[in-house]
Design a protein around this ligand. Sequence first.
Ligand SMILES: [Fe+2]
Length: 291
Amino acid sequence: MNVLESFNLQTWTGPFDAAGRARAIAALESGHVLFFPALAFTVRPEERALLTPELSSGRAKNISLDPSGRLKHQSGGADQNALLQAMMQRFAGAAVALVSGLFPSYAAGLERARTSYRPAEIAGRSYSPVHDDTRLHVDAFPTRPMRGRRIMRLFSNIHPGDLPRVWNVGEPFADMAGTMLPKVRTPPAIQSWINFLTHPANGLRSPYDNLMLGLHDTAKLDTDYQRATTKTEIKFPPGSTWLCYTDQVMHAALSGQFVLEQTFHLGIEAMAEPQRAPIRVLEKMTGRTLA
Ligand SMILES: [Fe+2]
């Protein structure tokens, strides 16, 4: 499978032509990575000081900005934090402009979620296997129930030198799920209620959330699968941008430093082809309603 679908855009704001938009939505929903080799997010001269791994607090690998404007896991002083917040807000605005311009039909279902800044080099860090994002996985989070909604992420490499962000992209979602589903052990339903009662703000986890987290964990922990499965290595150079459904594309971030990322959530009814959503694929495989 051709993993990347490339677009020769140089500006974040549309209007984008109809043929390009049609190609973009078809590629995105069928599990490709949309690649914009000439779409750079410009770091201003005064923001160069932010290109240091010292900025993150060490408790978390990424600095995040929630849509209300609150920074988390940063360790700079007040001036540095204001600069960082402004740069991340500007990136979020550019990401929203690009995604709304490319996918106008998503407008009703699209929600801007967190923005993140990833200033640490990936290679050489050590994590437990389930937290190790150098292993192929689909995104699924224990604290963020999606109940079938999609996770779309847009990334820009802002490295000041020539260091690419290196990813592996694995097999199509349905192929991975076909192999992994029989091995997934989901928690009993009562566990979702216990979690809900102890952390009501997160909402109730659905069977879909438990299956997706099961797929995430099972794939990462399966060393034989990680070694043997088909994968394509991709290098995203500085000055480039890429976008995909990270709940669908099997991906692993192998190395690189200084990336900005914007997360979007989308209700599947806004998709051009909702039957391509992981929840629909898994419902077909299991014969169950999952959310
Ligand atoms: Fe991921």
